[in-house]
Write a protein that binds this ligand. Sequence first.
Ligand SMILES: CC(C)(COP(=O)(O)OP(=O)(O)OC[C@H]1O[C@@H](n2cnc3c(N)ncnc32)[C@H](O)[C@@H]1OP(=O)(O)O)[C@@H](O)C(=O)NCCC(=O)NCCS
Length: 194
Amino acid sequence: MTKIKEIKLETERLILRKPSVAEWDFVYNNITKNKDYPRFTTIPMRYTKEMAKTWVKKVRKEFGNESYVFFMTLKETKDPIGNMGFNEIDKNTNTAKIGYITSKEYRRKGYTSEACKALIDFGFKVLKLNRIRIEHVPDNEGSKRIIKKMGFKCIGHERQCIKSGDGKLRDHLSYDMLRNEWNPNKVRLNKKIK
Ligand SMILES: CC(C)(COP(=O)(O)OP(=O)(O)OC[C@H]1O[C@@H](n2cnc3c(N)ncnc32)[C@H](O)[C@@H]1OP(=O)(O)O)[C@@H](O)C(=O)NCCC(=O)NCCS
């Protein structure tokens, strides 16, 4: 896998960049305001400021090596609207796993899909990954739609395999894509600008 320490990804409306230490408060507010994350992710329900600070330090330390977690920011205002990245990279198999959370007020405008397309492109073309994987709990309709749109292949349904942030055991639908299957021209972005 190619390693790149300083990188920004640019899309039509977004810049994806490394978070700064001072931006832990965005992470904290984003997580605690989004009431659905404990159902759809493993982030604990009682999320604290300390957890946000630790998380930002961790992703900065790992950036360009064990993981690549970006802030999605608006080009126009520079405001962060969520985070997305390869939050696990297995160097043995050259496989990375995608994760994302978008702030409530910026959802259903096509931003996450736009960022995801750029991230996959970066993963295969620049990092030279061989495989990208992603998963969602079955009733996460937004995430499911993004994953299908990108062209991921469903590889299984694991039952009660994760403990979500609300403490419940939930199923996961797992998907993957190999480098030779990626076709950005087939991904139709449906941008919903207010
Ligand atoms: C899942 C999530 C990232 C979707 O973000 P988003 O910015 O709304 O995604 P997009 O605007 O790119 O929408 C993608 C598609 O999903 C659809 N969609 C989004 N949310 C939806 C919902 N709750 N129900 C049904 N469809 C939904 C959009 O309409 C769009 O469809 P289209 O391509 O046909 O127009 C966001 O809801 C989120 O952060 N959820 C909480 C954290 C989470 O679930 N993370 C993922 C864990 S796997």
